[in-house]
Design a protein around this ligand. Structure first.
Ligand code: ZN
Length: 152
């Protein structure tokens, strides 16, 4: 079995059971940043340099989405020929921030609706002989959908 690691070292905890994005939180004003901010808080009225790494929420609300028809630049690894994919902007409620991510394999923009709940998942971006490199993706929250359907 291949080892699974994050393709974005430090951005993303690729634990397949419970994938989480890693952001920064300002100790002073409690603002969140993603990707991580290493040196100083970006809140112009704060400017503290006391930042800590924190796992971000793994669910959010779909804020916007789009189809990407352009091959992203390296180090992004794309299938050849390039296959367009959907990108979701998901708002994390606790952190009050929007995180962009590819939409999970098999999910089309037709499956998406602004305002729906989205879950963070880990999917393989590419692999070599020993290792699978994972990235985060967004997928419509299965649990809430199932709950809706089971209602009489
Ligand atoms: Zn701050």
């Amino acid at each position: 079995m291949k080892t699974k690691v994050s393709a974005r070292e430090g951005w993303f905890d690729a634990n397949p059971e419970r994938p989480r994005l890693i952001g920064s939180r300002c100790r002073s004003c409690r603002s969140y940043f993603f990707p991580q901010e290493a040196f100083a808080c970006r809140n112009p009225s704060c400017g503290s340099s006391e930042l800590e790494d924190v796992p971000l929420s793994a669910t959010g609300t779909l804020w916007s989405y789009t189809d990407n028809h352009y091959q992203p630049p390296a180090p992004y690894v794309s299938p050849d020929p390039f296959v367009p994919y959907a990108i979701a902007a998901v708002e994390l409620a606790d952190e009050q921030m929007v995180v962009l991510g590819q939409v999970a394999n098999g999910v089309a923009t037709a499956d998406l609706k602004v305002g729906m709940r989205m879950d963070l998942v880990a999917e393989t971006l590419y692999a070599d002989d020993a290792t699978e490199y994972l990235v985060w993706k967004w997928t419509p929250a299965a649990s809430s959908e199932r709950a809706d359907r089971s209602r009489p």
